[in-house]
Ligand binder design. Structure first.
Ligand code: SF4
Length: 331
């Protein structure tokens, strides 16, 4: 099983569990940045965001991730403000955030004497609650940077819980090598029942409200670190929740190959390849170099429509215009 196929099947399973009511309608997303001092230094494989009481207010604004600079700005819902004086960041960044916020329907604008004034269409709600990060490592015999990644998650404490998901048999030695706070799931893939999660160890809640330590570089004898303040973590958590809401996990393409037979897994349509016998990553695995490749039109299944139908994410809130894909600079 490739990590990619494992990840898609796990996301489909977690989404179905939430839809069936075993959990609480959480947002499932994949491949999101979860570091603060070193942006992009840590990418979480899967992120679960638990909705808070004001979730409905968030879904009614836009289907896209709202840029954090627009949320942080002094632009409110009352009197419109001249955009340039409403931001406390570089003007280029402020301009990009303003344009994006207008484009996705978070800001509305009016022109006065050739100047652009903006206001929020709705107050930004406190829409999310707990956030869970999942690190996928189907084969623990090939751990890669697993220990360092999980140590980063535990000491930074940006998410409320961290879980390691694997298909491997988990030994006491494996458990001893990872931080105690990290939960462990063993994932069983049994036909015809599909995927089942055996909880080997429950995760412990991390101290998300306080400052965190982010390891930056491990050198022999010493580790470079950054201290991340509680305030920076609040903003980073909001960015993470926003990106999860805007992006979700159906961020894959279907390969232009006759062997690709889109298949349902736990109610989600995955890019299953009959030649490989699993879901495949079109960009990195498919093409004329693959021995099973047979050119054919790629499937045109609308994955946004599927996400809209099967989750609490709303593709087209209150008839607002949906952004054309490919323009997302913040997601
Ligand atoms: S290119 Fe290869 S891996 Fe990709 S769908 Fe075709 S046969 Fe499968």
């Amino acid at each position: 099983m490739s990590e990619f196929a494992f990840e898609l099947e796990l996301c489909a399973h977690l989404e179905r569990r939430d839809r069936d009511g075993s959990d609480s309608g959480r947002i499932v997303a994949r491949q999101l940045g979860a570091s603060v001092a070193d942006p992009g230094g840590r990418i979480l494989d899967v992120v679960l965001v638990e909705p808070g009481p004001d979730f409905g207010d968030r879904t009614s604004i836009t289907s896209e991730a709202i840029p954090d600079a627009a949320i942080e700005s002094d632009v409110g819902t009352g009197r419109a403000r001249y955009w340039k004086t409403a931001f406390d960041c570089h003007p280029d960044h402020a301009r990009r955030a303003t344009e994006r916020a207008i484009e996705i329907g978070f800001f509305e604008r009016e022109l006065r004497n050739g100047r652009e004034y903006v206001r929020q269409v709705a107050r930004y709600p406190r829409w999310y609650d707990r956030i869970v990060g999942i690190e996928n490592k189907p084969d623990l015999d090939r751990p890669g940077d697993l220990e360092a990644q999980l140590r980063t998650d535990a000491s930074l404490a940006l998410v409320d819980e961290v879980v390691l998901a694997t298909e491997s048999y988990v030994t006491r030695a494996h458990l001893n090598r990872i931080p105690e706070a990290v939960g462990v799931w063993r994932v069983h893939r049994d036909e015809p029942t599909g995927l089942e999660i055996e909880v080997i160890r429950e995760p412990t809640s991390l101290p998300v409200d306080g400052p965190g330590i982010e390891p930056l570089e491990y050198r022999p004898g010493r580790t470079e670190i950054a201290v991340v303040s509680a305030g920076e973590k609040v903003r980073a958590r909001r960015r993470l929740a926003e990106r999860a809401y805007g992006k979700g996990w159906r961020t894959y393409d279907f390969p232009a190959c006759a062997a690709c037979e889109p298949a349902e897994s736990d109610g989600a349509t995955l890019p299953h390849c009959s030649w490989a016998g699993r879901a495949v990553h079109a960009d990195s695995e498919c093409g004329p170099a693959c021995p099973g490749h047979e050119p054919a039109p790629a499937s045109t299944i609308d994955l946004d429509a599927e996400r809209d139908r099967r989750t609490s994410w709303v593709a087209d809130p209150a008839g607002k215009r949906r952004r054309q894909s490919g323009l997302d600079r913040f997601g």
